[in-house]
Design a binder for this molecule. Structure first.
Ligand code: NDP
Length: 451
């Protein structure tokens, strides 16, 4: 049977675009459909604009610190509209680059919503096209609980396009997006209350990271309240009144929910082809990203494995090699380094102490909490922490955690070491780069035995 395309990709985000480009490079005839903007969540309304916002917000602290380094800083103010305009211009530029990637690689772009009609047929706009393989890379979308007044809440999608910076903002959630946006709004000058329903933010992270970050966030002025959750939201004139589950109320100008994301599978026609979902609504795939239907694959957040852009890209490349280069490759989801662009940021790779104890029993802990050099002559008082988790029988370092300036940059290199199975002895044999925060990770000699 002949098809219009060898591959039809649904969703032009990080995973979909990479899979298209690489597959085309292997000689496949490829089409891709995108209903919103080419680039996907990360580029259009995720990692990229978020990081620009983080840079923007950090200046307030930098200006303060500058005084202690001898600078006279006067008349400093922030213009939200300039930030939004410059951010939008950069997103437009990247969107253009993604368009070029597709056209330079002979990938046919359908700027329309696609729906699967059967295992080899897709309806896209008013057209019907056939393909030997289909790749679903539709990503995820924010979810909010169904409480009265939730329609007054915004998600990260809207936070990137607000007309004005809210004077007061409530951020709900304790995950990546919530801590990042609490820091962004706080740095830009909003009064921020962050509400988290559980005991401690960043569930699943190492407990020292959680505690350290919660303390630092509070020190910087975010009113972080745990065991706290909204029950309803009402509008009263220009302000919002948030009633918490304990009955107390908060008046605010905006409320942002960052309470997780769900895979985008609705209206995709998955049932027409018999593509099976996991219990949580994500597409079920095997280690080669193949769904329950032989010729249909899925990568990225829609599969809810590790919801990170670089992971989606790796999954997309592994898919292309497996299907169009004849080299079956399963992407290994272990030891994926990641950063939370909170203030201060967090970098982490490998296991938390709790997970390492569960997996290995006894583990050795090395950690250090300290005042980073830059803070020695500032008023800020931001502290840093580094922590290593070592499996004693093999001496392998199975977890590296950093809280402090540039933690994301630092953890990238240590991610290589952990992926290679580096031992503590090899960490010790590595000479530190002085004076840096990162050198602490290769100079930890004393096992932590409790406070
Ligand atoms: P997360 O799953 O990380 O966090 C969701 C938060 O919302 C948790 O604190 C959760 O609490 C809370 N929550 C969930 N449901 C409710 C509810 N009904 N009421 C109140 N609180 C609730 O999701 P995010 O939206 O922050 O981010 C989604 C994913 O995107 C991340 O997991 C990550 O993979 C990715 N991401 C990565 C970034 C990076 O690499 N820097 C940045 C941004 C996103 P609880 O802990 O109790 O479940």
């Amino acid at each position: 049977m002949t098809y219009d395309f060898d591959l039809f990709v649904i969703g032009a985000g990080s995973g979909g675009v990479r899979a298209s480009r690489i597959s085309s490079g292997f000689g496949a005839k490829v089409a891709i459909a995108e209903e919103f903007r080419v680039g996907g969540t990360c580029v259009i309304r995720g990692c990229v604009p978020k990081k620009l916002f983080v840079y923007a917000s950090h200046f307030s602290e930098d200006f303060e610190d500058a005084r202690n380094f001898g600078w006279t800083v006067e008349g400093v103010s922030h213009d939200w509209k300039t930030l939004i305009a410059n951010k939008d211009a950069e997103i437009d530029r990247l969107n253009g680059i993604y368009h070029n990637i597709l056209s330079n690689n002979n990938v046919t772009l359908y700027e329309n919503r696609a729906e699967i009609l059967d295992a080899h047929t897709v309806k896209v706009g008013s057209e019907t096209v056939t393909a030997k393989y289909i790749l679903i890379a539709t990503g995820g979308t924010p979810v909010m609980p169904d409480i009265p007044g939730i329609e007054y809440a915004i998600s990260s999608n809207e936070a990137f396009h607000l007309d004005d910076l809210p004077k007061r903002v409530v951020v709900v959630g304790g995950g990546y997006i919530a801590v990042e946006f609490a820091g962004i709004f706080n740095g830009l000058g909003s009064e921020v209350i962050q509400l988290y329903r559980g005991e401690q933010i960043l569930r699943g992270f190492d407990h020292d990271v959680q505690e350290m970050l919660a303390g630092e966030i509070r020190k910087k002025g975010v009113d972080l309240r745990v065991r706290s959750n909204p029950a309803k939201i009402e509008k009263s004139g220009d302000e919002l009144i948030v009633t918490l589950e304990d009955g107390s109320q908060i008046k605010t100008d905006a409320i942002m929910y960052a309470t997780g994301r769900k895979p985008n599978t609705e209206g995709l026609g998955l049932e027409n082809a018999g593509v099976k979902l996991k219990e949580n609504g994500a597409i079920a795939v095997d280690e080669f990203s193949r769904t329950s239907v032989e010729n249909i694959y899925a990568v990225g957040d829609v599969t809810d494995r590790v919801a990170l852009t670089p992971v989606a890209i790796h999954e997309g490349m592994a898919f292309a090699e497996t299907v169009f280069d004849g080299k079956a490759r399963a992407f290994d989801h272990s030891d994926v380094p990641s950063a939370v662009f909170s203030q201060p940021p967090v970098g982490t790779v490998g296991l938390s102490e709790a997970d390492a104890r569960e997996k290995y029993g006894d583990v050795d802990i090395y950690k250090s909490e300290f005042r980073p050099m830059k803070q020695t002559i500032t008023q800020g008082g931001e502290r840093a922490m580094v922590k290593l988790i070592v499996e004693p029988k093999s001496d392998r370092v199975v977890g590296v955690h950093v809280v402090g300036a540039d933690a994301g940059e630092i953890i990238q290199g240590f991610g290589v070491a952990v992926k290679m199975g580096a031992t503590k002895a090899q960490f010790d044999a590595t000479v530190g780069v002085h004076p840096t925060l990162a050198e602490e990770l290769v100079t930890l000699r004393e096992k932590y035995t409790g406070d």
